[in-house]
Design a protein around this ligand. Structure first.
Ligand code: SF4
Length: 310
């Protein structure tokens, strides 16, 4: 049983409190290390950047802001943070929660009021998923706000599991080997979007949110739900992770170790003009070895490639 719980510290016995503090400290170090590593690996934040942190009121974006705030304190380079929430006017949205929290953290923030909820409700027929239009509208608004605030980077709270699930969704339902990148240029070509939680497991964010007691705003206010496909893939990934710990990290690691010559995209590898080079290639093909086809789960587990550092 994990000692980082959502039971308030004052309600725990002394021994439990000590154990909880120990576990929380360990988790805090892990989160800071993983976020710092992702920032460094992809050069996400540079000196003088103004990073706009998008806050939805969910656990992921709270954790993102929380970790970035403390990393900034000890970062070797100066950068600014500004938190932004888009109030989409969903029924029941508790508009006071985020301003109160952000004031208590002493972080500059901006709340953008835009009734995208009504637009989406009007345009999307009843019973159809609203997320695609909703996200498109939200993206456009956030890019505009980033320009108005003079932000050089836009930080989103997507984490490791989001990235792996997206990869699998694209493979299973889209026929494309395409994931969710840790850093990208926005589609309007004017911003750089970063995902500093790229190495962080969702379960760790859940534990951190419970420990820090973030004032979570439920994400079901719009009445829409994740698609059944996404729900299924998420459950599958969690189930695999339970059965074979490390598998999700391995999949994430694979996204950073692509071997185009062993895939099938002629735009990435010159299959059509390929000729024997006349020289042995030690890292080359092992077409006649059967380890690729026969790699058993047991042998695969002998080679755990972990993204998680430490
Ligand atoms: S869940 Fe609701 S708020 Fe989120 S993208 Fe879908 S429609 Fe928009």
């Amino acid at each position: 049983m994990n000692a980082v719980t959502d039971i308030p510290p004052q309600e725990l016995a002394t021994g439990d409190r000590r154990r909880q503090a120990f576990e929380a400290n360990k988790l805090s170090k892990k989160l800071h290390r993983q976020v710092g590593q992702a920032i460094a690996d992809f050069n996400m934040i540079e000196a003088g950047d103004k990073v706009m942190v998008c806050l939805s009121g969910g656990k992921d974006s709270y954790a993102l802001l929380d970790v970035l705030l403390s990393l900034r304190e000890r970062a070797p380079i100066p950068f600014d943070l500004v938190a932004v929430n888009l109030d989409q006017k969903q029924p029941g949205f508790p508009a006071h929660v985020l301003p109160q929290y952000l004031q208590s953290r002493g972080v500059p923030f901006h709340i953008e009021d835009q009734d995208t909820y009504s637009i989406v409700k009007k345009l999307v027929p009843e019973g159809q998923t609203m997320c695609s239009l909703c996200s498109r509208l939200r993206r456009g608004i956030l890019y505009r706000v980033a320009s108005e605030l003079g932000a050089s980077k836009i930080a989103l709270g997507h984490h490791r599991d989001d990235m792996v699930v997206t990869l699998l969704m694209n493979m299973f339902f889209g026929g494309r080997l395409k994931g969710m990148p840790p850093k990208l240029a926005s589609d309007d070509g004017r911003h750089v979007v970063i995902r500093p939680l790229a190495y962080v497991a969702e379960t760790d964010l859940e534990r951190w949110a419970a420990y820090r007691q973030f004032p979570i705003i439920p994400c079901t206010l719009c009445g829409s739900q994740d698609s059944l496909q996404r729900v299924q893939i998420k459950a599958m990934v969690r189930d695999w992770e339970r059965q074979y710990p490390g598998r999700t990290d391995n999949m994430l690691h694979a996204m950073g170790h692509v071997v185009p010559s062993h895939l099938m995209d002629p735009r990435l590898h010159p299959f059509r003009t390929l000729k024997a080079a006349g020289q042995p290639d030690p890292g080359g093909d092992i077409a006649f070895d059967d380890d690729e086809a026969c790699a058993s789960p047991a042998s695969a587990q002998l080679l755990p490639i972990r993204v998680e550092r430490g």
